[in-house]
Ligand binder design. Structure first.
Ligand code: NAD
Length: 241
């Protein structure tokens, strides 16, 4: 399905990023996995069947640009980029600290933007490519105690919608996935009661797995999705927040 494609996944050392790197590699892509920590990125790359694991902090615009350019140069092109890196910390309105705002916006919004910009520059040469960013059901509907995270993910969804409009004529597709509650380290802080409540509101009756999201991303970056761009695809078991 993805034979001959060169793919880059940010924040790939665990969770959805790791599952996505594995899914793309299993589909035949040559995958470059990145993570903040080089040793962890190399370890995850080996576990996922990725070609290499590199250190990258997505908040550093220059580092993102340099790394993406380097990958495209080394492999002669860049076909697929998954801007997955993200953080989530809950805080009620009255408890929101400036550090939380800065960290969330610089990672989720600016980090995604840097990645999409660098991907677009690299893909422009061949006038072809597929980018997926990680939004969230929370960004589409809002969530008490998650105002900062929800705002950041609404921004991510609109990075996809806007970049798709700008890049379509250059043969570059940009989509977002909006996962519901997925069982990863990010959601490991949820109490059993909170998990049960979410499952109760989910028609498919379970939490999502990283593979549920990875499989949808694999579809969106494949040629099967050749006429799909600017979409925000819910992967949430039908969860109604
Ligand atoms: P996770 O915490 O397991 O993994 C996130 C990854 O991003 C980690 O590898 C982390 O090291 C990396 N990361 C964080 N900041 C980074 C930075 N500045 N530079 C580079 N890498 C960085 O989380 P996950 O559940 O796998 O989530 C992956 C993405 O999916 C995130 O963007 C998250 O917001 C989004 N998402 C997750 C869920 C869920 O329920 N798990 C739901 C909706 C959206």
């Amino acid at each position: 399905m993805l034979e001959g494609k060169i793919a880059l996944v940010t924040g790939g050392t665990r969770g959805i990023g790791l599952a996505t790197a594995r899914a793309l590699a299993e589909a035949g892509a040559t995958v470059v996995l990145t993570g903040r920590d080089e040793a962890k990125a190399k370890e995850a790359a080996a576990a996922a069947g990725a070609a290499s694991g590199l250190a990258l902090d997505v908040t550093d615009a220059k580092a993102v640009s340099t790394l993406v350019r380097g990958v495209a140069k080394e492999h002669g092109k860049l076909d697929i980029v998954v801007a997955n890196a993200g953080i989530m910390e809950d805080a009620l309105l009255g408890m929101i600290r400036e550090e939380l705002v800065d960290a969330t916006l610089s990672t989720n919004v600016a980090g995604t933007l840097h990645t999409v910009q660098a991907a677009a520059r690299a893909m422009m040469r061949k006038k072809s490519g597929a980018i997926v960013v990680l939004a969230s059901i929370v960004g589409e509907h809002g969530s008490a105690g998650q105002t900062v995270y929800a705002a950041s993910k609404a921004a991510v969804a609109n990075i996809a919608r806007s970049a798709a409009k700008e890049l379509g004529r250059s043969g570059i597709r940009v989509n977002a996935v909006a996962p519901g509650v997925i069982d990863t380290d990010l959601t490991s802080g949820l109490t059993e009661d909170a998990k049960a409540e979410n499952i109760g509101k989910t028609p498919l009756g379970r939490l999502g797995t990283p593979e549920d999201v990875a499989n949808a991303i694999r579809f969106l970056v494949s040629d099967d999705a050749a006429f799909i761009t600017g979409q925000v695809l819910g992967i949430d078991g039908g969860l109604v927040l």
